[in-house]
Design a protein around this ligand. Sequence first.
Ligand code: SAM
Ligand code: SF4
Length: 325
Amino acid sequence: MLLDRFQREHTYLRVSVTDRCNFRCVYCMPAEGMDWMSREDLLSYEEIARLVGVFAALGVRRVRLTGGEPLIRRDLEVLVEALGRIPALDDIALTTNAHRLDGCAQQLKDAGLTRLNVSLDSLQPERFSQLTRGGSLKKVIAGIEAAQAAGLGPIKINAVILRGENDDEVEDLVEFFSQAPDVYVLRFIEYMPFGTRRHVTVPALELRERIASRWTLEPYGGWLGDGPAKNWKIAETGLRVGFISPLSEKFCAGCNRLRLMADGHLRTCLSDDGTPSLRDLLRGGASDEDLGAAIRAMVMNKIEGHQALVEGGKSFEGVMTRIGG
Ligand code: SAM
Ligand code: SF4
């Protein structure tokens, strides 16, 4: 078991495969001036698979590939297949902006991908392009449909709602995905400030009340494979809707996740920039036992939680694309 000093057990690992992205979402990255990781800094697929094997031996059961945009790293299905050979893993999932998903959904499914999350914050083509700084809504919808056709459902759609920017689309998103309630699960994520707070968080309770004023929300207890989301079902349409509320309903006390960054640093808490490197140990010839001992020590040092609030508090440290969301 991978325990920290607050007795939290860690069974879930997010793996960022690149810090680069074909989008520049306004809440995630600045328009320019990013300091990218160099190619030599990135873990190879072999190195990632080896480290994930060590995490699995310590009790990790679920892995999610993320980024940056994971689908811009070449031959991602090779990594998915390699992870599939680690017997202790129950789940190999992917979080993507879906811009390139159309061309590879079937390949990923065949390689053993078990679940898929797609980020989508607007259904208005122009606004979508503005929020992502250049993304095509049409391509993203094509990617989502390709994933559905490949049998990758139920697909979780993640929407970050920003006050005054896309908060008028909550009902539209519910209506759109209610057209196929067995295929999609819609989740609303609170905006978290990294460094400077540039947007306004809409608390989950406010979104829930808005949805409840138009539809009947019933608590949903079925397993959706997700940790912190609180899930509901819209009685009239059958759509499952989740709310992820790290700021307004902080869930650090039950946190079971770790984040392996693309350059091999281990981010034990999303908010904390203190990230020791596993890559240097790995490349320095450490055995799996050495790596396991180092991981245990790093996890033991995990901080209790973040200090950000819906308004004010302390911002998260670092850059989201480097950490992997
Ligand atoms: N590029 C992929 C994507 O967009 O799905 C994967 C990486 S992205 C960093 C992972 C998730 O983090 C996305 O769902 C995105 O909306 C979310 N995210 C990024 N910045 C955020 C922020 N400041 N607050 C809340 N969620 C954020
Ligand atoms: Fe790229 Fe995802 Fe960040 Fe958007 S949220 S800029 S798609 S990494």
